[in-house]
Design a binder for this molecule. Structure first.
Ligand code: SAH
Length: 392
């Protein structure tokens, strides 16, 4: 495995067309007025957009003659679904999206008995180069616009209300920035997205701030900036090692901001919000899963307002690494809990459709065999879907 360079500045590509979700309410109203329509039509368009209505013909409160004009100008289709892959009896669904310039991203919707969570992408690819992560190994293509990020959550909310996910109609309750990309490396757009997620209709999805989680490799200045915003969003830090020596190799950004600095920034975030942050830790066999590292992590976190979320490593193609065996996992959990650190083990929802943490690569080909692959009618362009029925 070759080490990739860290990339902070996304390559400049052609910008996606202007979209209402990139604009403030004021700017959206001004844009509508400029097109010669009453400003309040912006609110109507916003309500349709956040409700997942994409067909102008269904925007019946807008005069028929104005619909196409307004929708074209302010609600261009930015995310084209290429295909859906389903797992867990239809309760997990991964969607591959094509963007206006051909870039590909993925989002994953997971329904649980008590909630429905969508995992969204903030960048096409990622520049953080973590060697165990499929996205990290693909490099950074570009930042997503706010509307491209928001659109993934809107589509998930619509899939829930529309009854597209097994279990009948429901409501999207949680959003996690754990898809492709490093959200804090695309700060301004992610910040706008946070607003849209929690703003009530018509200009947002009206989710609670606490049910939104921003996950980061640990870009310290950006964590501090986020702290200043005074939000209640949950912060997750991808630690993966308690010691700098190992973390330098697993999360290369550690060469710039060390474990102590990242945790100090997260502590300040927790103080500001009064809420625990999450420490993400992918357990990798014989790499970071030793009992002494569990003890080290326990000592590091015992006095902190933190919770540990252990993720059995989802192996990625070509990786020499594997998940920790169950006994090692159990020992790790026991040692952390003995140190007084609240610890949970994340389920690996969607791992059989490469939809689990760190598996999102968004190549337009299927390497593995999906459980169920659904081509999106009219969009699938001869993309091989693998042996769909072989493993169901
Ligand atoms: N860039 C952000 C968010 C995206 S990744 C971050 O790093 O936090 C979401 C989580 O999945 C991170 O904790 C990441 O380290 C973890 N992850 C990446 N690859 C993984 C893999 N192969 N197995 C398990 N977790 C992985």
């Amino acid at each position: 495995m070759t080490a990739l360079p860290l990339v902070f500045d996304a390559p400049r590509r052609t910008k996606p067309p202007r979209h209402l979700a990139d604009l403030t309410r004021q700017d959206a109203r001004a844009a509508v007025a400029e097109l010669g329509h009453p400003a309040f039509r912006a609110d109507q368009l916003a309500r349709h957009f956040y409700a997942g209505v994409t067909d102008p013909a269904r925007m019946t409160d807008v005069p028929a003659a104005a619909r196409a004009d307004l929708a074209e100008a302010l609600l261009p289709g930015l995310l084209t679904p290429v295909r859906h892959l389903e797992a867990d009896g239809g309760r997990t669904r991964k969607t591959l999206w094509r963007l206006h310039d051909g870039a590909l991203v993925e989002s994953v919707l997971m329904r649980y008995p008590d909630r429905a969570t969508v995992c969204i992408s903030s960048q096409a690819g990622c520049g953080m180069a973590c060697p165990f992560c499929a996205t990290g190994q693909s490099g950074l293509t570009r930042n997503l616009s706010a509307a491209e990020i928001i659109g993934q959550a809107v589509a998930a909310a619509a899939a829930m209300t529309g009854g597209e996910i097994a279990g009948g109609p429901g409501r999207l309750s949680n959003v996690v920035f754990m898809g492709m990309g490093e959200p804090l490396a695309n700060y301004a757009r992610v910040r706008k997205t946070l607003d849209a997620l929690v703003t009530p209709a018509p200009y947002g999805l009206g989710l609670s701030q606490r049910s939104v989680t921003v996950s980061t490799v640990g870009l310290v200045p950006a964590i501090r900036k986020l702290t200043e915003e005074g939000l209640q969003a949950t912060l997750a830090v991808s630690l993966h090692a308690p010691d700098d020596e190992l973390r330098d190799t697993l999360v290369p950004i550690n060469t710039r901001w060390k474990v102590a600095e990242v945790l100090a920034a997260a502590d300040d975030y927790a103080r500001r919000t009064g809420r625990r942050y999450s420490i993400e830790y992918a357990l990798i066999r014989n790499v970071n899963d030793q009992p002494f590292r569990a003890d080290l992590l326990g000592r590091l976190l015992a006095q902190r307002l933190a919770h540990v979320n252990l993720i059995p490593l989802n192996p990625t193609p070509g990786s020499k690494w594997d998940a920790s065996p169950l006994p090692a996992q159990r020992e790790f959990v026991a040692r952390l809990r003995a140190a007084g650190v609240p610890t949970t083990v994340r389920d690996t929802r969607g791992s059989d459709i490469d939809g689990a943490c760190g598996q999102l690569a968004a190549t337009d080909r299927v390497d593995g065999v999906p459980t169920v692959a659904t081509a999106v009618p009219g969009v699938e362009e001869g993309v091989p879907l693998g042996a769909e029925s072989d493993r169901t």
